[in-house]
Ligand binder design. Sequence first.
Ligand code: ATP
Length: 234
Amino acid sequence: MLKVTDIDVSYKDVQVLWDISFEVKQGEFVAILGANGAGKTTTLNAISGMLNIKKGKIEFLGKDITQIPGYKIAELGIIHVPEGRRLFPEMTVRENLEVGSLFPEAKSKRKETIKKIFEQFPILEEKQNKEAGTLSGGQQQMLALGRGLMALPKLLIMDEPSLGLAPVLCKQIFDNIKEINKDGVTVLQVEQNVVQTLQMCDRAYVLENGRVSLHGTGEELLNDEHIKEAYLGI
Ligand code: ATP
């Protein structure tokens, strides 16, 4: 579904990604793991058209999207839920969801999509008329996820959904994302929460200093000596 081949990305003249290659197949749940500053967010931003790609190619459903602007990439079905959620805090929960239905097809299905989201996240229905800024961190992450779903994504890109959440909420959000993936949405997720992510993803790529250093199934990487030493402290 998504094929990234040998991309390099720089901020002005400072290169931060080198020869990044990976793929995500239809229906998969793929994770990108790595420490702070490894280049995970930059990789996601490159896919969703927010950065200039110096070298390499990105294909989505067979189409070259390397130089396509972000709004067109979203229209093709790649929906990015950014790190830090970026909600509109003074708009209500419902209004935040509604702005997620960006394109004509999503707009025409807005009512039924909101209904499904409220079934999955009853707290959002309960708080639909409250300002988003009054929600707890976990509820805001649910809302950010819900807003992403309003666009009817083919590929949902999640940037560190567990950031700042207590472990119990983090597990709940991960369960929600897994459920969405089981419902047929392909997921690409960046995380620092290595163990939980490897337990739930199909495959993962590890980024170190702007390069892919390892990849494998979740189970393979959980048993990998380098992962155990570098990320799990075993
Ligand atoms: P984190 O988990 O801390 O978000 P990350 O793995 O997502 O880390 P990136 O945010 O992609 O890493 O950052 C990769 C490198 O690019 C880092 O050295 C970072 O300082 C640098 N960087 C990120 N954004 C910018 C920017 N807008 N301008 C300049 N350098 C940047």
